[in-house]
Ligand binder design. Structure first.
Ligand code: SF4
Ligand code: SF4
Length: 464
């Protein structure tokens, strides 16, 4: 194994290596919101300016870089800038490489090379500290750390600089970086090129084009599209700002604020996590026991009861579970060419299954009382087509696992309902197409009881 940059090797990004879906990194994509990337770029430029022009007054620097931004965006970046200045002082005597640098792992026998970048490098008598500036919450992964350390020289160290909290965290070398990367590259080369939908689809820039969430017409790569979930479509009914801040502007959740979830909602999420962890395991009972060993003791009895009810319904109905958290959806496009705008609506089926005749069945696990399922039904009526074909009814079993006895409600959505369902969804998501991606304060907010569970409620109150 040689560690050097070789231009003619195929380049594989760390994100591509670790992505669950091979199609995510290849092929046409649409234009999607990039607020977080833009925020990162502006903060980086601001820091470079401040380090180069050490005598420039802070107000002047902030005005120069943030003056044209919306008030909220400018405040977010200014706060991160102050965090970095406070938590990461750079001595005057240090030499700063402001250009950023790429490190490479070359696996010539596998015909590939993997890059990972640092944002700045600080050279002092003690050595060189390479800094990865982060404006979100995700830290450097093991695979990225492996690339960095595979090419590090004596005296070099790496840190994550978390601008939103001001934390500086050392990036440690993973135990066996070379083996980790070689395994990932081997997996990658054997993976093929197929579409493999999963939880990452919500963040994927190919959602409108890869075919997993089909559109009724070709989608141009010039189209501007936004990915939203079923929960987002439901939330749109009450407040646009909340959905826009999540899906377009990437506004950070209120720091230190936990969503005030009623205990039943918290327990419902735990139950879904339990099903996700246990279904598909070789030994269901052992998987359940392991999961329950890690939850608060006060939750165990109720979760176990719901699990038993869930399995009882599955057995009574003769269902064979196939997959958990399976994404289905649709892409809705309006306008033409560069003017085209659209939304990929993505919902996650709790479980996919086959009944005793081999027919496909979707299972939704319900831990509360029956509510309005209009949006869910509409998404499934259109989104399940790719999975079950155009002529089969979409059959949904709603399993009420808290009821005594546990109860199943069966819904069959015929092919004839597809068009009307798509039209209703189109009407619901239309406001998204009018949002200004440069102005987080433009999408309207609407106060109501739903604000209690909103992850932005403090920030929202400060920007009205
Ligand atoms: S949207 Fe999902 S299925 Fe499509 S390319 Fe992206 S990750 Fe793969
Ligand atoms: S706090 Fe209320 S009004 Fe503000 S974004 Fe959240 S849901 Fe909307």
């Amino acid at each position: 194994m040689a560690y050097r940059a070789v231009a003619n090797l195929r380049e594989v990004s760390v994100a591509e290596l670790t992505a669950a879906c091979p199609a995510a990194a290849r092929g046409a994509r649409t234009r999607q919101p990039a607020a977080q990337l833009e925020r990162w770029r502006i903060l980086r430029d601001l820091l470079v300016d401040a380090w180069v022009n050490r005598d420039a007054p802070t107000e002047e620097l902030l005005e120069r870089h943030l003056g044209v931004l919306s008030r909220l965006e400018a405040d977010l970046i200014a706060r991160m800038f102050h965090n970095v200045r406070r938590s990461f002082p750079v001595p005057d005597s240090a030499e700063i490489d402001l250009e950023g640098r790429r490190f490479w792992f070359d696996a010539e026998e596998l015909g590939a090379t993997v890059p990972a970048s640092v944002t700045f490098s600080i050279n002092t008598d003690e050595g060189t500290e390479h800094v990865r500036l982060k404006t979100g919450r995700s830290r450097t992964t093991d695979a990225e750390a492996a690339v960095l350390w595979s090419a590090a020289e004596d005296g070099e160290t790496f840190v994550d600089l978390m601008a939103s909290t001001g934390e500086v965290e050392e990036i440690a070398a993973p135990p066996d970086p070379e083996a980790l990367l070689t395994d990932l590259l081997e997996e990658h080369s054997q993976r093929g090129s197929g579409v493999r939908p999963g939880p990452a689809c919500v963040w994927c820039r190919r959602a409108a084009t890869c075919g997993a969430f089909p559109s009724d017409r070709p989608v141009s790569s010039r189209a501007r599209t936004v990915n939203v979930t079923k929960t987002d479509v439901e939330a749109l009914e009450s407040c646009h700002r909340r959905v826009a801040w999540r899906r377009v502007h990437g506004v950070p959740r209120d720091d230190g604020e936990e969503i005030d979830m009623g205990s039943s909602l918290g327990q419902g999420r735990l139950f879904h996590a339990l099903v996700g962890a246990a279904e598909g395991a070789d030994d269901l009972r052992a998987a359940v026991d392991t999961f329950l060993a890690g939850v608060p003791p006060s939750e165990v009895a109720e979760l176990r009861l719901m699990w038993e009810n869930h399995r009882r319904l599955i057995d009574e109905e003769g269902l064979a579970v196939r997959q958990t958290e399976f994404p289905v959806g649709i892409t809705l496009i309006e306008g033409e060419g560069a003017e085209a705008v659209g939304t990929s609506v993505i919902a996650f089926l709790d479980l996919t299954a086959r009944d005793a005749t081999g027919a496909p069945v979707a299972i939704e696990l319900k831990t509360g009382n029956p509510t309005d399922h209009v949006i869910e039904d509409d998404i499934y009526a259109v989104g399940l087509r790719r999975w079950i074909g155009p002529d089969t009814p979409a059959v949904i079993h709603r399993h009420y696992v808290r009821w005594d006895p546990p109860t199943c409600e069966v819904v069959a959505l015929g092919p004839g309902e597809v068009e009307a369902a798509a039209e209703r969804l189109r009407r619901r998501v239309r406001p998204i197409h009018d949002w200004d991606w440069d102005d987080p304060l433009q999408p309207a907010y609407a106060e109501g009881p739903w604000c209690n569970g909103c992850e932005f409620r403090l920030t929202c109150r400060a920007y009205r």
